[in-house]
Structures are given as structure tokens and as C-alpha cells.
Design a protein. Structure first.
Length: 293
């Protein structure tokens, strides 16, 4: 089955992984399969995982390979429909009424409607990928509302009636799992847990994202980050931190710092918590030694 709303040629998870790679995103087989199925079946893709494992970047890469614009709704506690759906441009309505004098003015015309990400995705389902980022930060009320949206892809605007999408938009949801999502929401989606990448894949990501980093350096950083992730840290480093550590250490090395020192001096791009730093500092030499080729 080729992906609906078809982008020619993406007829298998392998093929999707290939074009994602061209867009500088390395998906393992399971992620490529989930993403492929979500696209092929027209279902939302729910990506869950620790911070920095590539959830948001995955959505961006999917938008890029589909040749669509990514419309992002960043969730937070207290997010409401005005931020997610639409707002009326109140000052503009007021101005129009004043300027119209005694004339009739339709203050609910398109000119006054400010589309927020969810409405925008409904209005342009063929051209957008809707990213609902960090849904676990929103409250349960918003999640229930989202569930409704994902069921029938329509929005009711009291002054305008119901706006229904001509086709299902592509939707990617992400969660850091700071809380469990509703069963009903999960059921609507194709679910994938993104784990930290295997060392080979992470080294490949480092070299792909930071082309100036040497192969050996990438491997050492990946091994060190792997060791850090096994420590009881408040904030374990994500893939972004791995890439940055490799870049930063390479830079310091080019400026004359010898190897283990360059890694050590760049530790501030990996650990960003005072207690974590204090805890790791006495162990860092040993961790880096364990990575030496
Ligand atoms: N599979 C991957 N292929 C290529 N780059 C990746 C991949 N995974 C992660 N990265 C790199 O890691 C960075 C962080 O990823 P991203 O911001 O998507 O993480 P996240 O899971 O959304 O994190 P958070 O929960 O903190 O928002 C990306 O900018 C990218 O450089
Ligand atoms: Mg993110």
C-alpha cells in the first residue's frame, strides 16, 4: 500500500526511512514502520520518549519528506482553544465597526478570524503536517478536546458553523510522558516509543548533524553519553547533547586542548544541572577512559 495523499514512491517503511535519511533524520526500522503505517492508514502518529530523543525533529522530517509545511502547536499547562483553534481579532473588529459608521459590517468574516494551528491544519489538510508537541503538558480537559478533534477533524465556530477538513490532515503528537495519556487518545493513534538510539545509530546521527566531527570522536562521545545515561542523573543527556558535545569538544581540540581535556571542558553542553555536574565530576575521568579507542 502506498501512502495516501501520496508522495510518489513511498511504498514501504524502508523507502520512508530512506527519504527521512535524505532529510537528515535517521529512523530505525520500528519508527519508520510506525510512521509509515500512520501515513498509510491516515491515523495520527503518537511519539513518546525521553527528552531529546528526536520526537519533534521526527515530525519536522516527516513534514519535509512530504513537502509540507509543519504547523506546530506547543502545548503547555492551561492551553485553551483560543491558542489551539482560532481567535477573533478583537481590535480589528472594533476598528472596522468604528470605520463603518452606520454601515453594516460582518465582523465574523475571514478577515477577522485568526487561525491557530488546529484550524490551519483543517483549512489546508493537503499542505500541512500538524505537530501537537508535548501533549502531556496540557491538562486533561484539553486532551479530551483533542480527542474529539482527532475523531472527526472538524471545528465548530459558533459564529460561522462547522469547518470540516476535506481530508484527514497528517498529525504527529509527541509526549515526554510526564504523565500518562488517556487510553482513548492512544487508541486513535499509531503509537511509537522512541528510545535512545543504538550506539551505531547515534554515532551516525552525530556525524550526519556535525560533519566536522571525526569518526573516533563521535564514537567516544556516544560511549561516554551512554555511560552517563546509566548514571542516576536528574536530566539524562538526549541526542542533541551528544551532537553538541562532539561539536564542542572538536572545537576545543582544534584550538589546542588535548583529547580527554577537550571532552571534559565541554561538559557544560551535556550536563545542565548543578547536582548532576557535581555528581559526575569525580567520575568523569573514568567514564572517558572507558571510551578511549
Ligand atoms: N533520529 C535522529 N536523526 C537525526 N537527528 C536526530 C535524531 N534524533 C535526534 N536527533 C537530533 O537531536 C536533536 C533533538 O531532537 P528533538 O528536539 O527532536 O528531541 P525531542 O525528543 O523533541 O526532545 P524534547 O522532548 O526535549 O522536545 C535534533 O535537533 C537532532 O539534531
Ligand atoms: Mg521536542
Amino acid at each position: 500500500m502506498a501512502i495516501r495523499r501520496s508522495i510518489v514512491g513511498i511504498d514501504s517503511p524502508d523507502r520512508l526511512a530512506g527519504v527521512l535519511r535524505d532529510a537528515q533524520y535517521l529512523a530505525d526500522d520500528e519508527l519508520a514502520t510506525s510512521a509509515y503505517l500512520a501515513l498509510a492508514l491516515g491515523k495520527p502518529l503518537l511519539l513518546e520518549g525521553a527528552p531529546g530523543v528526536g520526537k519533534t525533529e521526527g515530525a519536522k522530517a516527516i513534514a519535509s519528506v512530504l513537502g509540507r509545511q509543519m504547523v506546530r502547536l506547543q502545548c503547555y499547562e492551561g492551553i485553551d482553544s483560543a491558542h489551539a483553534l482560532y481567535e477573533w481579532n478583537y481590535p480589528r473588529q472594533m476598528l472596522a465597526i468604528r470605520q463603518a459608521g452606520n454601515e453594516y459590517v460582518n465582523i465574523y468574516a475571514d478577515d477577522f478570524l485568526v487561525a491557530r494551528p488546529m484550524l490551519e491544519a483543517l483549512q489546508h489538510p493537503a499542505d500541512t503536517v500538524l505537530l501537537i508537541d508535548e501533549i502531556d503538558r496540557a491538562d486533561h480537559e484539553f486532551e479530551a478536546f483533542l480527542l474529539e478533534f482527532l475523531s472527526d477533524f472538524s471545528i465548530s465556530i459558533p459564529e460561522r458553523g462547522t469547518i470540516r477538513a476535506q481530508q484527514h490532515p497528517v498529525v504527529v503528537l509527541t509526549s515526554n510522558r510526564t504523565r500518562e495519556l488517556h487510553e482513548a487518545l492512544r487508541r486513535r493513534c499509531v503509537y511509537h516509543w522512541i528510545d535512545y538510539p543504538a550506539p551505531e545509530r547515534e554515532a551516525e546521527i552525530v556525524m550526519m548533524r556535525a560533519s566536522q566531527v571525526a569518526h573516533d570522536t563521535a564514537w567516544r562521545v556516544v560511549a561516554a553519553v551512554g555511560a552517563l545515561r546509566r548514571e542516576p542523573l536528574a536530566k539524562a543527556p538526549g541526542v542533541a547533547e551528544t551532537v553538541e558535545w562532539a561539536e564542542a569538544a572538536t572545537l576545543l581540540h582544534e584550538q589546542g586542548a588535548p583529547w580527554p581535556t577537550a571532552f571534559k571542558r565541554a561538559i557544560g553542553v551535556v550536563l545542565k544541572d548543578q547536582d548532576d555536574l557535581a555528581f559526575i565530576e569525580p567520575r568523569l575521568d573514568q567514564i572517558l577512559e572507558g571510551t578511549a579507542a
